[in-house]
Each structure stands twice: as C-alpha cells, then as structure tokens.
Design a protein. Structure first.
Length: 326
C-alpha cells in the first residue's frame, strides 16, 4: 500500500501573519483504485472530514472544457448574467450568498441537479451561454453523482452498513436533491495583498461535497483544534468533504468540515462543487446498524427537507447541527 500525504500550509486567521511559518498538515490523498481506499476514506472522514481524490477516472479534457465554458459565462456582461438571477437559491448570484445577508468577493451559478425542479432558472442560465455549456454541465453532474456514490459505497463497505447501498442509493436516485455550484472569485489587481472573504466559513448541509478548482489558491479548512489551514489547489484532483447529513447518519463518527475561501490573489479562482444530497422526503437519523440503541444516538430524526429549509434561514457561519441534537 502506498501512503500519500499532501502537505497543506498553516494560516493563523484571516489576518495572516506573514512571518508565520507554514507547518505541514497532512491532507489524505486517496487513490480510488487502491484496494485500501475504503479504509483510508473512513479514516480521513473521521479525522479531518476532508480528503483529496486521485485516479478518479474523470477525463481531464472534460474538466478543461467545463472550465472554459464556465469562464465564458462569467466573462459575459453583468447585464446578461443578471438575467439568470437573482438566485432563489438557484441561478446566477453576485456578492450575496444565501438570503440572510452573507456577502463574499464572488459571483456564482447554483444549479439543481434535478433540473425539472428549478427549470426556469436553469433555462435562464443556459439561455445566456452556449448549448455546449449545458451539455458539459449535465455530463459533469452525472460524473459527480458517480464519484459521490462511489465514495459512499466505499464507506458502506468499510463500516459494514446494512442494507447494502443504503447511503450510496441516496445520491443515485432520481429524487436525490443534489446541486452544482460554480464559483468565480474575480482577480483583484488593485489590492492583491489584502485578504478578503470570498466565501465565509460554513459546513455543507448535504452528505458529501466534491470540489474541483483551477490552480488558484484560496480554500481553507478548519482543523479539530480550530486552526485554519490552506489547501494547495490541484486542478487535476478532486477534494471531498463530509457534510452535516453524513455526520448525523454516522452519529458524529464522521465530522462535517468547516471551510472557507479567502481571496488575495492576482488570478481568479474558479471552483465547481457538487453537493450530493438525499431525496427531500428522506428521514435523516443515525443509522440503526451503527447505533442500535436509541439512547446512544446523539441526534433525533428530521427529513432532509426539514433540515434544508432550516439551513436556508440561517447565516453561513451558524452552527446548524443543533437542530438535530437531542
Ligand atoms: C452551503 C453549501 C452550498 O453552497 C449551499 C449553500 C446555500 C446557498 O448558497 O444558497 C446556503 C449555505 C449552503 C448554507 C446556509 C444557507 C444556505 C447559503 C446560506 C447562508 C448551496 C447549500 O446547500 O447550503
């Protein structure tokens, strides 16, 4: 077995002390073709709630094409882009994130993977762009559905979750409530050294999120001791993070990772994140096979729809899992 560890650099806080020496923190690198991948994924989900995936099988030319099409969309005039907004939550958005007053140095497109549910906004986004953009986005969503279900299958096997497919089917079903976010953090020529929030700290509400970015830095994750570390970008790999729903289903064995994006660069950052969520009617609770006794369960049950509605009323940095706590 080959152990791959990727160093990430240390930052104390948003006001980064330039004298602060980078101290390497290992981000687990999982080779999806490694026979030990499932053991290593579970370890990473327990320790960090975050890992990098290599040998994922997604064709690099497809990634390049998606990136090119997304860049073309973001290069459109503000007037045209705003025809696909404001986000409700789907569609094009600029600077405002969610509906509780969060702001960031960002513009984005948020699309429901179940497009018949947000038909008008999906159409509005693609009306402004080329037909190719729609095709590559749809193909990408399928790839991401495949990758998130593969990761969840490995978790199921390693934790002997019964019945087989319990987790992975939640993101494979046609009713699955997943979405794709394309974030563009524009370059800041004027004040490149000033660090600003691109996307404020938060955990993702879904099961798992799969992120891919261009080669511009900015992503940071929060460690268990509360310190923030920068994750070096790698456009050829994917980063997977544990979401709140998986934390609840594993009764806290896996932790949803707090993360944020800081912008301070001369080049723009483009990232695509697939949020793999369960069907709206799915009951979310600690899995019986992992926690047979009621008294040992840290969380009560709620449907994904109930939790999601609550999330959309909160601010980005709020602690949302309290809703599940007994
Ligand atoms: C965080 C994860 C996903 O980006 C997202 C975000 C959503 C949004 O942008 O509309 C939320 C945020 C996210 C959680 C709290 C609420 C809702 C913004 C916000 C302030 C699409 C999601 O599902 O939850």
């Amino acid at each position: 077995m080959v152990i791959l560890l990727q160093p990430v650099t240390f930052n104390s806080d948003v006001n980064v002390n330039p004298k602060c020496k980078p101290s390497p923190v290992p981000v687990p690198v999982i080779d999806l073709t490694d026979p030990d991948a499932k053991t290593r994924i579970v370890k990473a989900c327990e320790e960090l709630g975050f890992f990098k995936v290599v040998n994922h099988g997604v064709r690099p030319d497809h990634l390049t094409q998606l990136e090119e099409e997304a860049n073309k969309f973001f290069a459109l005039s503000q007037f045209l882009k705003e025809k696909a907004g404001p986000p409700d939550p789907f569609g094009y958005g600029s600077k405002m994130i969610g509906s509780s007053g969060d702001m960031g140095w960002i513009e984005y497109i948020l699309l429901n993977a179940n497009h018949h549910l947000s038909f008008a906004k999906t159409t509005a986004v693609f009306q402004q762009a080329s037909a190719v953009f729609r095709e590559v986005v749809e193909a990408y969503m399928e790839e991401m559905k495949g990758m998130s279900s593969k990761v969840l299958e490995m978790v199921e096997e390693e934790l002997s979750i019964e019945p087989k497919g319990k987790l992975s089917k939640l993101v494979k079903m046609k009713e699955s409530d997943s979405c794709l976010r394309m974030n563009h953090y524009p370059e800041k020529e004027e004040t490149p050294d000033k660090e600003e929030i691109g996307f404020g700290e938060h955990t993702d509400p879904q099961l798992v999120s799969v992120l891919r970015s261009n080669d511009t830095e900015g992503l940071q994750i929060c460690l268990k001791d509360g310190s923030w570390v920068s994750v070096p970008p790698d456009h050829s790999s994917f980063f997977v993070s544990v979401g709140d729903t998986l934390q609840v289903m594993t009764n806290g064995r896996f932790k949803s990772v707090k993360h944020r994006v800081l912008t301070n660069t001369k080049s723009s950052r483009l990232s695509m994140i697939y949020f793999a969520g369960p069907p709206l009617t799915e009951m979310i609770a600690p899995l019986t096979c992992l926690v047979p006794k009621q008294d040992d369960r840290l969380y009560k049950e709620l449907t994904w729809s109930q939790y999601k509605s609550y999330c959309y009323k909160t601010k980005l940095g709020d602690y949302r899992l309290g809703l599940f706590e007994k």
